[in-house]
Design a protein around this ligand. Structure first.
Ligand code: NAD
Ligand code: UD1
Length: 338
C-alpha cells in the first residue's frame, strides 16, 4: 500500500529535494512548513518536476493545535523532520529563538505524533555534532560535542529522540547526520535560496558567479590540509534526498534508534571547489584569502560505510555534478525564488 509521509520543513532546501525523491519513489507526501525560511513556490516547482500533487499546510510545528489537526486530517505513516533554524552565527545571536524553534518544535511534534499513534521519524541531524574533533573520517561512534547553540539543538534533539525510543519501544527513529549538502535538482527549478548574504561556501560562489557578490573570501589558507584551505565532505542534495528514501525503506527492519552519516567520504578543499566551479562552468571566481572563520575546523568528512552496508545507500554524484547543478539553478533563478 502507498505510504503517506509528513515532511516538516518540506518547502526548504533539502526538504523540497526530498519531496521530489519521495514522490518519484511512489510515496504520498504532505508538507508542513511555516515558510520562515522558504517560499511557497518551492513545493509548486516540486509538483511541476514530478507531475504529482500534494497538500502543503502553512503550519508552525510549535503550534500544537494546528499541527494535531494535520495529523487528524491525514493517515500518516512516518515523519521526515527537517523543520528548524540552521544558521550558526544567528544561533549565537538568538539562542532562545533557536532553542525554542528547534527543540520545543521537535518536542511538540513528538507529542502530537505519539497522540496520533505515528511513531516513525527520520530526523535531520548534522556533522556539526562531531564538534571541533579533527579525527577524520568521522564514524557514527565518534564522540559528539557542540560549540554553538545551533549545534547544541542538534545534540539535544538527538538525545531527546533516543530517550523517547527507550521509553516507548514502538518508536523507530533514524538520525541522519548530513555533511555539506550542495547543488540542486538538475532541472534548475528548485535549489538553495539563502536569506541575505550566504554563510555557506557553494551559494556564496554561485552568487559571485551571477554577479550578486563581488569576491569570495576564503577563510584561511594555513590549515594542516593539502592546500591549506578547509576540507569538507560536499554531498549533492539529490544524493542526500535519496538517503532519506533509503532510510525510510529501512525503518521496517529497524528497532529503536539508528544513526547514519550521509556523506561521500571524500574531503574536498575550498580551492578544489572554486577551481572545479570555474572549470566546469567557465566562469572565473575572484577570491581573496582572509583570516580563518572562528569555529571552523580544518577537515570534516564522513565514514559513510554504515549507510552503505545497512541502507544500501551511497552518494553517486561527483563534485562536477554539484558545481554544474548549483550554477544551473543560480543562473535560471538569479534572485532565488523571489
Ligand atoms: P531550510 O531552512 O531551507 O529548510 C528548513 C525549513 O523548515 C524551511 O522551509 C523553514 O521555513 C521551515 N521551518 C523552520 N522552522 C519551522 C517551524 N517552526 N515550523 C514549520 N516550518 C519551519 O534548511 P535546509 O538546508 O533544508 O535544512 C533542513 C534541515 O537539515 C534543518 O533541520 C537543518 O538544520 C538540517 N541540516 C542542514 C544542513 C545544510 O547544510 N543545509 C546541514 C546539516 C543539517
Ligand atoms: C557550516 C556550519 C555548520 C553547518 C553547515 C551547514 C559553521 C562554523 N559551521 O559548516 O555548523 O552544519 O554550515 O549549514 O558555520 N568558506 C569560505 N568562504 C565562505 C564560506 C565558507 O572560505 O564564504 C569555507 C569554510 O571556512 C569551510 C568551507 O568553506 O572550510 C565550507 O564552509 P560552509 O559551507 O560554511 O560549511 P561548514 O563550515 O562545513
Amino acid at each position: 500500500m502507498q505510504q503517506t509521509i509528513l515532511v516538516t520543513g518540506g518547502a526548504g532546501y533539502i526538504g523540497s529535494h526530498t519531496c521530489v525523491c519521495l514522490l518519484e519513489a511512489g510515496y504520498q507526501v504532505i508538507v508542513v512548513d511555516n515558510f520562515s525560511n522558504s517560499n511557497i513556490i518551492a513545493p509548486e516547482r516540486v509538483q511541476q518536476i514530478t507531475g504529482k500533487t500534494f497538500t502543503v499546510h502553512p503550519v508552525d510545528i510549535c503550534d500544537r493545535k494546528t499541527l494535531a489537526a494535520v495529523f487528524a486530517e491525514h493517515d500518516i505513516d512516518a515523519v521526515i523532520h527537517f523543520a528548524g533554524f540552521k544558521a550558526v552565527g544567528e544561533s549565537i545571536e538568538q539562542p532562545l529563538n533557536y532553542y525554542h524553534n528547534n527543540i520545543y518544535g521537535t518536542i511538540t511534534l513528538c507529542e502530537v505524533m505519539a497522540e496520533a499513534g505515528v511513531k516513525t521519524m527520520i530526523f535531520s541531524s548534522s556533522a556539526t555534532v562531531y564538534g571541533m574533533n579533527d579525527n577524520v573520517p568521522f564514524k557514527e561512534s565518534a564522540p559528539t560535542s557542540a560549540t554553538n547553540p545551533y549545534g547544541h539543538t542538534k545534540l539535544f534533539i538527538e538525545q531527546i529522540l533516543q530517550d523517547v525510543c527507550i521509553a516507548d519501544p514502538e518508536w523507530t527513529v533514524t538520525l541522519l547526520r548530513y555533511f555539506n549538502p550542495v547543488g540542486a535538482h538538475h532541472s534548475g527549478l528548485i535549489g538553495e535560496d539563502p536569506n541575505g548574504v550566504p554563510n555557506n561556501l557553494m551559494p556564496f560562489i554561485s552568487q559571485v558567479a551571477v554577479g550578486r557578490l563581488k569576491k569570495l573570501k576564503i577563510f584561511g589558507n594555513d590549515y594542516p590540509t593539502p592546500d591549506g584551505t578547509g576540507v569538507r565532505d560536499y554531498i549533492h542534495v539529490i544524493d542526500l534526498a535519496d538517503g532519506h528514501v533509503k532510510a525510510l525503506e529501512s525503518t521496517g527492519k529497524q528497532k529503536g534508534v539508528a544513526i547514519y552519516n550521509l556523506g561521500t567520504g571524500h574531503g574536498i578543499s575550498v580551492l578544489d571547489v572554486v577551481t572545479t566551479f570555474e572549470k566546469i562552468n567557465g566562469i572565473p571566481i575572484p577570491y581573496k584569502i582572509v583570516p580563518r572563520r572562528p569555529g571552523d575546523i580544518a577537515s570534516s568528512f564522513a565514514d559513510p560505510k554504515k549507510a552503505k552496508n545497512i541502507l544500501q545507500w551511497i552518494a553517486k554524484k561527483t563534485l562536477e555534478d554539484m558545481v554544474r547543478d548549483a550554477w544551473n539553478w543560480q543562473q535560471k533563478n538569479p534572485n532565488g525564488y523571489a
